[in-house]
Design a binder for this molecule. Structure first.
Ligand code: AHM
Ligand code: MG
Length: 339
């Protein structure tokens, strides 16, 4: 029977399994666990304005940042969802100093590791601004059946098997790629189902939005300062001055620029010498998605996905979005040394 009803995420995962020859269904099952945890986290976020859930648990995360209760909740929820099934042998999170190895008997044959920022942009929670989850999935490089090692997590982004994000916004969306394009699913909260709302997402080649925290302007490298001036200069032929949009919630800023065209920049600066964003669970997954959507992601000089990580919580400068805009920004950095 022909139907125009959009596929649910569950149906889509089953339909797409054949993209991978000899697929065993483990990756689909893993993504299903993330889908389930996303719904649970979404439910709690929607209640964030209500007392009790909101607030500070009183300790700092491994990078010395204040942890909100929902950060902890999201971390626990994704960790439990991943651990309760047999596809994942270990997880690394922005909220945990070290990776966590799963050594229960059900993980004996697990071949995937997950890196996750369970709740990004959490400083926005108490003012009802969109926040997100970002995840990255790799096949382990050490032998299946042995305890997972740091090297399983420190893989370059070009080895990612899948990556995605959830944006908890005016509507909740899950967007992911397995290297065969990018698809977005919107949650219908009344029935708890993600449906395919944004098939085969493409980032426009150029755009008119630039997103950067200009409050840090004095700390920016000279090339970035010049690029900002370029964005603000009048030129009818290139639609300048561009529009400045900065939510301060990476997933939301990224999601908007992916759809509308634009560039997001978090550069180096004396306040954050290496940049602020973390390579493994913030930059790499979004870089995989933007490339799959026809866009570009670099550290101003080098492709993000080709960087070799040296530490779990490593930070890198980040330039991501419409290809033409990222290349224009890189042009202003050319001639100055890479970080
Ligand atoms: P977090 O992982 O501690 O939430 O920090 C990451 C967030 C991003 O969502 C956002 O793009 C960026 O930090 C904003 O930083 P700043 O306030 O310095 O502009
Ligand atoms: Mg984060």
């Amino acid at each position: 029977m022909q139907t125009s009803r959009p596929l649910t995420l569950g149906e889509f995962l089953v339909a797409k399994q054949s993209d991978f020859p000899f697929a065993t269904g483990e990756l689909s099952a893993l993504l299903s666990s993330i889908r389930l945890a996303a719904k649970v986290v979404n439910r709690e976020i929607n209640k964030a304005g209500l007392a009790d859930v909101l607030g500070d648990v009183g300790n700092d995360n491994v990078q010395g940042e204040r942890q909100m209760k929902l950060d902890v909740y999201a971390n626990d929820t994704f960790a439990r969802a991943l651990r309760s099934r047999g596809e994942v042998c270990g997880m690394a999170s922005e909220e945990e100093e070290d990776f966590i190895a799963y050594n229960d008997p059900i993980h004996a044959n697990a071949k995937y590791v997950v890196l996750i920022d369970p709740l990004d942009g959490s400083s926005n929670i108490d003012v009802n601004v969109s926040i997100g989850t970002i995840f990255s999935i790799y096949r382990r490089v050490t032998p299946v059946g042995t305890p997972v090692q740091l090297e399983d997590f420190l893989q370059p982004g070009n080895q990612q098997v899948a990556a995605g994000y959830i944006t908890y916004g005016s509507s909740t969306m899950l967007v992911y790629t397995t290297g065969h394009g990018v698809n977005g699913f919107t949650l219908d909260p009344s029935i708890g189902v993600f449906s395919l709302s944004h098939p085969s997402m493409q980032c426009p080649e150029t755009g008119i939005i630039y997103s950067i925290n200009e409050g840090n302007y004095v700390h920016f490298p000279e090339g970035v300062k010049q690029y900002i001036k370029y964005c603000q200069a009048i030129d009818v032929a290139t639609n300048r001055p561009y529009t400045s949009r900065y939510i301060g919630s990476l997933v939301s800023d990224f999601h908007r620029n992916l759809i509308k065209g634009g560039i997001y920049i978090y550069p180096t600066g004396t306040k954050s010498p290496q940049g602020k964003l973390r390579l493994l669970y913030e930059c790499n997954p979004l870089a995989f998605i933007i490339e799959q959507a026809g866009g570009k992601a670099t550290d101003g000089y080098r492709r993000i996905l080709d960087l070799t990580p040296s530490a779990l919580h490593q930070r890198v400068p980040f330039f991501i979005g419409s290809t033409k805009m990222v290349e224009d920004a890189e042009g202003f950095l050319a001639g100055t040394p890479a970080p």
